[in-house]
Every structure is written in structure tokens, then in C-alpha cells.
Design a protein around this ligand. Structure first.
Ligand SMILES: C[S@@+](CC[C@H](N)C(=O)[O-])C[C@H]1O[C@@H](n2cnc3c(N)ncnc32)[C@H](O)[C@@H]1O
Length: 323
């Protein structure tokens, strides 16, 4: 087990005492749900007013989002590493920017040192620094809002956006986001996007997101972009989407976005209550698992396998569904 996972566990014990008791009952999905529905400004002001709530968020991140690689967020980075194999070193190299870095998940799981990460919530970044100090690594963290101009110039070789783009609520946010990705990257630099299960519903929607990325000066890699899923246990399925692209020009296209494009519209049509019920019933069986093998189904293969079908896979066997 990596030192970073141990450092996360130690950090969780340290920050536990700093959380006011009224926030102990706040759940991970509840806090993330609040962030998703609020504007960045309102989410920031919520965390400013409710001192200590940010530490509960960080604590839940460490114990449930990471949880020695069993948490969804850590598993997503392990899955990315697994499916990219040796190619990962080429795609994620040089000066790296981690957008929406939270407690430093990408750097931690991939054992990176000296990368730059930014996130909206300073409590997460403080926690990331604490984990780094225990792990004897030094990454650089900045508090910033991805829906405003990013506080960086063109200095990065790779930008990684792990599980963050679905937080972009308005079209104007999507435009600001991709313009900034283009602006901070060198030409030839890489962009890695992962999106969680349920954030988009169909293969065609993933194709639209890829076209949007292309409109902002990138060439997407169709072999490396698609659906990633675990292959090792039929009772507990991990799955997500990934897009890998290379910046080919500084020029960005016209406002690419048709009015029906948007992460808000693409989300699986499920109410928060339904999601909560599902999480409660599946959490025990899913969270005790650590996945060790993954497979990438490229976008062209996704078209062939799933056509217009909704991409909802409750168990591994559902992934083999041929319409
Ligand atoms: C699901 S987490 C993903 C964290 C991490 N990248 C990972 O791979 O596990 C989404 C992250 O985006 C951050 N976030 C949400 N809205 C943001 C915004 N407007 N600007 C910057 N970060 C934001 C959240 O605080 C959270 O840390």
C-alpha cells in the first residue's frame, strides 16, 4: 500500500478533531450534492459561513473518496493509470496542472511531486498540504475558481481535470473552462478529462463533449477516449468516462455550444433522493472492494456496443449488454 494512502489516513485522524460536532452527520454525497447545485460563489460563501464544514468535506474525501484506493475518486485515478499503462508517462509529464485537485488525489495516487493543483475550497488544499507534509512530497496548491480566469500563464505541459467538468453548470462556465485549458497549455500539451458514472447518459453525449474539446484547439485521441470499467468483480462495478486530447492550436473555435449542450442536461435523470437510496443500498458491497483491473472501451466501440442506449451499468454483467 502506498505511503500516500497511509498519509491520507493519518491526516484524516488529525483533522477529525477540528470538525464541529454539528457537521459530523453531514455525508459525502450530501456535501457534494450541495456543491453541485450551488453556484461557485454560493458554495464558497456556504463554506465561509459554516466554519469547519470544509474540514468535514476533506475528512470524508480522505476516508470515503480515497479510502486506500477503495473510494470512487482514488479508484478513478488508479483506473486511468491502469488503462493508459506506459503511455501515462508521455501524456502526463513535465509541468502538470491539476484542476479541481481536492486533497491532491491525482498527484497522490500517481506519486507526483511538484505539480500545481487548484480548487475552490481552501480547506481541501490545507488538507492536501498536510498529507504532502506527512508523505514528504511538495506539490503546490492555489485556491481558485475554475469558472473564472485561471491565475496561470502558458507554462503547463499537461492539464488533468479529474472528475470536475460535470461541475460546470452554465454554458458560459464551459466556455471559460476550455478557453483557460487552452490558454495555460503549451502547444503539443495534453489534456486529460475524467467524468464520473452518471454524469453523461449516452455515447452521443460523450461525442459532443469530445467535439467541444476539439473546438477549443484540441485533437482528441479516439482510441484512448471512451468508457473505463473495472473487470475484476461482478458484484461491484467501477466505471467512468475519459477523454485524452492534445492541444494543436492556440486558436479556439467559435462558441461551439449548441443550446442543448451542457453537463446539467447530460446527467443521468435521477433525483437526489433516488441517488441517496442507491448509494445507501450499494455502498457496503461496493466500498469494501478495491479494484485491480480495468478496461477501456474506446468511443468507436462504444457506438457499436451501446448505440443510443442509456449508459447505466448497475453491475459488471450489464456492461456486456449488446443491444
Ligand atoms: C469530485 S471532486 C474531484 C477531485 C479530484 N480531481 C479527483 O480526481 O478526485 C471535484 C472537485 O472539484 C472542485 N470544484 C468544484 N467546483 C469548482 C470550481 N468552481 N473551481 C475549482 N474547483 C471546483 C471540488 O471542490 C472538488 O474538489
Amino acid at each position: 500500500m502506498s505511503n500516500w494512502y497511509n498519509a491520507c489516513n493519518k491526516t484524516a485522524s488529525l483533522i477529525r478533531n477540528t470538525i464541529p460536532s454539528q457537521y459530523h452527520s453531514r455525508t459525502f454525497s450530501g456535501i457534494i450534492g450541495d456543491i453541485k447545485v450551488l453556484s461557485s460563489k454560493k458554495a464558497q460563501s456556504l463554506f465561509n459561513r459554516k466554519k469547519g464544514l470544509g474540514n468535514q468535506y476533506a475528512y470524508l474525501y480522505l476516508t470515503q473518496g480515497i479510502d486506500y484506493g477503495r473510494g470512487y475518486q482514488a479508484c478513478a485515478v488508479e483506473a486511468l493509470r491502469d488503462v493508459l499503462g506506459h503511455g501515462l508517462n508521455k501524456i502526463l509529464s513535465g509541468n502538470i496542472l491539476d484542476v479541481g485537485c481536492s486533497v491532491g488525489v491525482t498527484a497522490g495516487v500517481l506519486s507526483f511531486n511538484q505539480i500545481v493543483g487548484f480548487d475552490l475550497f481552501p480547506d481541501l488544499l490545507k488538507t492536501a498540504k498536510l498529507v504532502d507534509s506527512i508523505n514528504r512530497t511538495q506539490n503546490y496548491y492555489v485556491a481558485a475558481d475554475m469558472t473564472h480566469d485561471w491565475p496561470f500563464e502558458r507554462v503547463f505541459d499537461s492539464v488533468v481535470c479529474g472528475m470536475v467538468c460535470h461541475h460546470l453548470k452554465e454554458q458560459v462556465d464551459v466556455i471559460t473552462f476550455f478557453r483557460n485549458v487552452n490558454r495555460v497549455l503549451y502547444r503539443g500539451g495534453s489534456l486529460i478529462i475524467t467524468l464520473p458514472a452518471g454524469s453523461i447518459c449516452t455515447t452521443v453525449q460523450l461525442e459532443h463533449v469530445m467535439s467541444a474539446v476539439e473546438n477549443f484547439g484540441f485533437k482528441t485521441d479516439r482510441k484512448l477516449s471512451g468508457l473505463v470499467r473495472s473487470t475484476d468483480d461482478s458484484r461491484s462495478l467501477f466505471w467512468m468516462f475519459q477523454i485524452i486530447a492534445e492541444k494543436i492550436t492556440d486558436k479556439t473555435g467559435n462558441m461551439f455550444i449548441s443550446s442543448d449542450f451542457g453537463f446539467q442536461q447530460y446527467r443521468t435523470p435521477e433525483t437526489r433522493e433516488e441517488k441517496g437510496d442507491k448509494a445507501r443500498t450499494t455502498i457496503k458491497s461496493v466500498r469494501c472492494m478495491k479494484h485491480n483491473s480495468f478496461e477501456l472501451i474506446g468511443i468507436d466501440e462504444m457506438h457499436r456496443l451501446f448505440r443510443e442506449k442509456n449508459l447505466v451499468f448497475p453491475v459488471l454483467s450489464a456492461c456486456f449488454f449488446i443491444p
